[in-house]
Ligand binder design. Structure first.
Ligand code: PYC
Length: 343
């Protein structure tokens, strides 16, 4: 070899390897909030051109759904996992944006996921204690990071649109519940399954909740603008009344149950309690989830606006997340399941 010959040979060799096995890397930070996992894509995802988080979510859904399936479907993920694509926000009052998804589709808002995303930003040294705006497809939320490691998220306006709705559920009888919005649509019921809200009954509780959700759809019971009610929230007495006011079991759209008390679900619950006069403006509601981990909720009145019913509240949900992994996903063109196992 003389002159630049060896350099040209090296470049051709590298190019050949790239053609033979094309590889793409996605950088991830994993965390859990009260037991519920959040997988945040921090680098290597598609560059989105949408202006708002809502537009970005629709672009992701339409043009880049591979990111969701590759991160959350097996063999890399599982159905309880929620993913978030960390985005820039065009808003001056937001430090970042987040688009949330799961193994079957996309979410409007996700409070445990927002707490996980904010903890990820703290972990990366991007933010520290203080107030930070985050843009989500459901609207802007504010996250307050405190020195003790807790994160409080001031959510979007939440409200109940119907109380005491009866639904006939094959094999389970008539179930009566409320329909409320807390950033996602929820049907909230007291537990009539006959199975206590304990982890050992998660399978039967999941069947009960799926049957309720299916019956809502079959009987045309929907949210505003005919939106599907895709979350079911079941309540019972807390395991330890000294540390919680209520315990829940929340079915998510992927048919997984939320390991946390579900932040948007707790927001919907606060809206119902407030409408019933069972929660006051200066009160803290302690909501336990199926693992007996807790979110702490409080409410303020929402300013009246055309798109929300009178009496809507703004919930603030406090919880804690722990970063438990940093990894690089490798998308190898030779791998038949590089975008996840389809099902
Ligand atoms: O915490 O809002 C939440 C949530 C929604 C779905 C799973 N977790």
């Amino acid at each position: 070899f003389c002159g630049f010959d060896w350099l040209i040979t090296l470049a051709l060799f590298a190019a050949n390897i790239r053609i033979m096995v094309h590889q793409r890397s996605i950088r991830i930070v994993d965390s859990h909030t009260a037991g519920e996992p959040t997988r945040v894509v921090i680098d290597g995802g598609p560059k989105l051109t949408g202006r708002t988080a809502f537009e970005k979510r629709e672009e992701l859904r339409r043009d880049h759904d591979w990111l969701r399936t590759c991160g959350l479907s097996e063999p890399r993920g599982y159905e309880a996992m929620v993913g978030a694509l960390l985005c820039e926000s065009d808003r001056d009052d937001c430090v970042a944006g987040g688009v949330f998804f799961n193994s079957v589709g996309y979410l409007n808002g996700c409070i445990h996921g927002t707490i996980g995303l904010v903890q990820t930003l703290v972990h990366l040294g991007i933010i520290s204690a203080g107030d930070h705006g985050i843009e989500t497809p459901a609207g802007r939320v504010t996250a307050q990071v405190d020195d003790s490691g807790s994160i409080s998220v001031r959510n979007v306006p939440s409200y109940r649109i119907a109380a005491g709705v009866s639904v006939s559920v094959p094999d389970w009888g008539t179930v009566v519940g409320d329909i409320a919005w807390g950033g996602n649509w929820f049907f909230l019921v007291n537990n009539t399954s006959g199975f206590p809200l304990h982890l050992e009954h998660a399978g039967r509780l999941t069947q009960y909740a799926i049957a309720i959700r299916q019956s809502l759809a079959d009987q045309g019971i929907v949210g505003t603008d005919s939106a599907e009610i895709d979350h079911v929230e079941i309540f019972d007495s807390p395991s330890d009344p000294a540390s919680a006011d209520s315990k829940n079991f929340v079915l998510c759209p992927s048919n997984a149950y939320d390991r946390s008390p579900c932040g948007t679900g707790t927001s919907a619950k606060l809206a119902c309690l407030f409408s019933d006069g069972r929660l006051h403006l200066d009160q803290t509601w302690r909501q336990a989830g199926i693992l007996d981990t807790r979110f702490y909720g409080s409410v303020e009145m929402a300013n009246q606006a055309n798109d929300i019913p009178p009496g809507s509240i703004i919930p603030t949900i406090k919880g804690q997340a722990f970063v438990n992994g940093e990894l690089t996903l490798i998308i190898n063109s030779a791998d038949p399941f590089r975008f996840g196992i389809p099902y």
